[in-house]
Write a protein of this length. Structure first.
Lengths: 438, 438
């Protein structure tokens, strides 16, 4: 019996899926235990999509060069009503009510759903998984987190014999490209962003990549799978990389580390501390070696210890490969493919409550005694100091950094307020505080 | 309905499995969709095993401190005949006919089998998978290759949307520990081995770790899953690390690389070229960063590009965690858990037929003109030279290395024979030839 697949939206990712389905038809059939067939593609621009991805035009719905939105809706409806379609790949994108309705409609029509849509899932995965269970169908979303890295099946099917203690990941290739560029060439953020845009690693509007939003969508999904935490995306603390300076990068280097945008989640008793934020990753941690647009995820298991998964986090065929693996999984396992994720009573807590080492960059007036003022205030908060960096004397001010031993973010902030209160004018601007990942 | 598990052989690995099953009972039940229960342990030394792993004695068969082999056989028979046992973990070890009979007996008794026994599987996996299919049961062996790294489910369930082009792995922790030690401290092989034995990273008889046998067992399994290649373990070319010298390590360092024992398999058309052998891994390759007893596997997909998985390749709880993930998988997916591995018509070919860069270390008489003699002979085989290392002048001889551009091993060997034939006495001993992994 054939396993028939329709693709809704055939742009970069959908086109990759269609190509792999056509090129690997025989091998996929053997792996799935039944023939896997590309049955139908619905796209607003069928001619252009067919040409761009070298896919025969006959797979596309509609006759002309373009479908009107009404025609596209009608074609999608036909797919959902077609009893011979077993699985629908949603690669339209967006997270508004229309796309949610399409995704839910797939499941309610008794078909499996596969999607790479992290924004939609971050908001509505509970809703979609409920619809899947009700209809005895599966939802595949391997491609939604770090594309080619098998972290979703990794958590759902592979690391199931363990108790996960923490997860730290580089899950946004654009920001990693920018930070790698700043590290390798001493560039400032704005120059590195322009370079990323010129090379196609960053969109014209890079907001979601830069502000931690995209990484936050992914961490939201990972928190649900790894810890059963039903959090709302909005509740996840996020900080972007646009405030990272060339000076911060240099201080990180001086203390044997590099700055990375890290999705971090750590279990402590009944709480999971989580955030997306730039962190200084020490050279001893493998994540520090991951440069450019590559993604990497480090899972610490109570029993297995450290497991690191590395791969491409974006790209047409890279993402397509992950989606096709979901298709094979659903064709093979059917209803058994539903993830059995336990919901738990974990509390989501901010990362700042954890005891972590911090690096604090102070801009100060260039006058003697500043190091004493700052280190004394830090000592008063019972924070142990690990290293004091070289002082960089500028024209009219100085910049230096202090790396602490483990403490809470609140302790660091009290120390800063102490300096500000007792030595007005000593600090020029707010110190820049980054957690350190060992 | 409970899912009941028996463990045969409760040493290092079996004990890890039992501990995790007891400590994680609730979480495992939620993930499996049914209660996962440790039902029975059979071990020759129940008192000692219970004490060592802090497992209540009541789980063990037998009353005394020891079971006779006949008593153990009878207890194993009871487990196989018990209709309330769903899955049997075989952690006895060995690959002789008795252990094959036990493993086959588990499947013929209508129970799932989970094992970490790479030696048994390398010889008999086809036999066991046939028995599993016939009885509608599954065989889990996640722990058999690189313990905590999810490479088995990775290949069977996760990277199924791709066409694998090559796999290169560090799959033996002992040899990696020894080579890392030689690299970090300039030690010779014998000293590094003694250190590994003193620290418990190498057994008193380290033969299988040192000669590539253990890594070969693992690559045999990986070749079956990744390429459907039904090879006999004996047909896989293997070379160990006992011939690697401190000088080779130094030459590797000079050319920006480190020596690792690599399991390599590469698809070219209808052939898969494979071998276990020491290779020089360039610093640009992530595998070069994997030190100590850690394992790492790099998969190149036609679509996904490079995927690297890193984790612990041994240890009681690390291996136990992988076995328990198999238990959850089989409890959840039942008959659907059978891997659908296609058999293919690939030819297994030696690695030496591939065009690879090579490093050749020459020991020569210490006299002028040697570099010219050697490089001329290499040029006559139409091999391009990448770098000529610094010449190390010793008391009565010299040592230098030449790194080539891509060529076959046969070309390199013809060049060596050319020198030997035309300049008798110029070379002291056989040159040491290592492929380079970029």
């Amino acid at each position: 019996m054939q396993f028939r697949v329709a693709i809704l939206g055939c742009g970069t990712v959908g086109g990759g899926v269609a190509r792999i389905l056509l090129e690997q038809r025989e091998a996929l059939g053997e792996r799935a235990g039944r023939e896997v067939v590309l049955a139908r593609i619905v796209d607003l621009m069928p001619d252009a999509s067919a040409k761009r991805h070298s896919i025969p035009r006959k797979f596309y719905a509609g006759d002309g060069a373009e479908l009107t939105p009404a025609q596209a809706d009608a074609e999608i409806k036909k797919v959902l009503q077609d009893p011979n379609i077993d699985l629908v790949v949603e690669t339209i994108g967006g997270s508004g009510p229309e796309i949610l309705a399409v995704a839910r409609g797939v499941l309610e029509a008794g078909k499996h759903l596969v999607t790479a849509n992290k924004a939609l899932l971050a908001k509505h995965s509970a809703d979609l998984l409920t619809a899947a269970r009700k209809n005895g169908k599966g939802v595949g979303f391997e491609a939604a987190v770090s594309a080619a890295i098998p972290i979703i099946k990794g958590l759902n099917e592979c690391l199931t014999g363990d108790e996960i203690q923490s997860i730290s990941g580089i899950m946004n290739g654009t920001s990693n490209y920018i930070l790698s560029k700043m590290t390798a060439e001493g560039e400032g953020f704005a120059d590195a962003l322009r370079d990323a845009q010129a090379k196609g690693y960053a969109e014209a509007d890079p907001t979601l990549d830069i502000n931690g939003g995209d990484a936050g969508h992914k961490l939201t999904l990972v928190l649900r799978l790894a810890f059963g935490l039903e959090l709302a995306f909005e509740d996840l603390p996020r900080q972007g990389i646009d405030t990272v300076t060339a000076g911060d990068v240099a201080f990180a280097h001086e203390m044997q580390g590099v700055i990375k945008l890290i999705c971090h989640a750590q279990r402590v008793g009944d709480a999971v501390h989580a955030a997306v934020c730039p962190m200084i990753v020490k050279h001893t941690n493998l994540l520090s070696k991951i440069d450019g647009a590559t993604n990497a995820i480090r899972v610490m298991g109570r029993y297995a210890g450290e497991i690191v998964l590395i791969g491409q986090g974006a790209g047409s065929l890279e993402t397509g490969s992950a989606i096709v693996s979901d298709i094979v999984f659903l064709a093979r396992h059917g209803e058994h493919a539903l993830p059995k994720v336990a919901t738990t009573d974990f509390d989501l807590r901010p990362l700042g409550e954890l005891e972590l080492p911090y690096n604090i960059v102070f801009e100060t007036a260039d006058m003697p005694g500043m190091t004493g003022i700052v280190t004394t205030a830090i000592g008063r908060q019972r924070i142990n100091i690990d290293t004091v960096s070289h002082n960089r004397h500028q024209v009219d001010h100085a910049e230096f950094a202090i790396a602490t031993m483990s403490c809470t973010r609140a302790q660091v902030e009290w120390a800063v307020r102490d300096i500000q209160a007792n030595h007005p004018g000593a600090l020029l601007g707010e110190p820049r505080i980054l957690p350190i990942l060992v």
